[in-house]
Ligand binder design. Sequence first.
Ligand code: THG
Length: 297
Amino acid sequence: MLRIGENLNVMVTKIGAAMKEKDPGPIRELAKAEAEKGVNWIDINLGPARKGGPELMEWIVKTVQEVVPDIPLALDTSNIEAIEAGLKVHKGKAMINSIMARPERMDAMIPLAAKYNAQVIGLLWGPSGMPRDENERSELAVTLVSAMLEAGIAPEDIFVDPIMTPVNVQQDQIKSMINFMMMFSDIAEALAPGLKSTCGLSNVSNGAPEHLRPILNQTFIVILEKYGMYSAIVDAFDEEMTAFCKGERPKIKKIIEDVCDGNEPNPASLTKEELDYVKTAKVLLGHSLYSDSWLEL
Ligand code: THG
């Protein structure tokens, strides 16, 4: 599982302040720290960046690439001018995060991806917002990917993001996303072999109690990988999650996969840690109802 580091984010107080003051120190330190954790891309998340977005993106891309020249950056903002300003100065192959499946966004941004030969995340957010189920996701994916292919973007450069929602808000959306991932390999086969996928992993645990977010994220990355997810936007500093991404925790990985396949292990045979992953997998798969105390049940 390839990783896009999520940490360089305007929402993080220290980073938001450094962006505002154009203070390169904290931004360089965080980028270097993410690089040391071996992420495959570094996401530069400016949020809406309504004022001064282009200047800010240009400055951050240069600032980060001076100290981390070998890891491509994912330019993450809804400000299209800021995306283009970043693409102009980015060395190597940049990633656009992201293009929604809405006509006005597609018309403005797909030509940019083609012009700058960038990788691009296609976000399955449509004209009427969030898709309700796997069928709506599939329709949006076909529309968005077809338009990208038509513009000359290579299938290998397109990353479809089915949109992850918090488990404590819409538990059934996770099943819809898993169902979509099962359909996605057929869609890719028919439309454009080589298509890739990604998602914002931490979204799944947004709003859950802080100390329980890691186990939700870690269990979910194993489930996503099982259903074919190619990459994910993740916390670069979650060591246990990173270990799963590198295939380093095979025993717990196998236990979670067994739960996905309906082969729940005998609880008496499990350690407390293993049992916690089983309980968490069952919540994510919708086998048990979410509550903030799911590990104590
Ligand atoms: N898909 C795509 N891009 C995305 C998302 C997605 N970009 C933004 C987001 N979703 C992914 N990035 C983050 C970044 C941070 C967090 C979640 C998702 C996060 N941060 C902690 C918090 O807010 O509590 C910690 C912040 C801190 O350290 O202070 O949860 O879905 N294509």
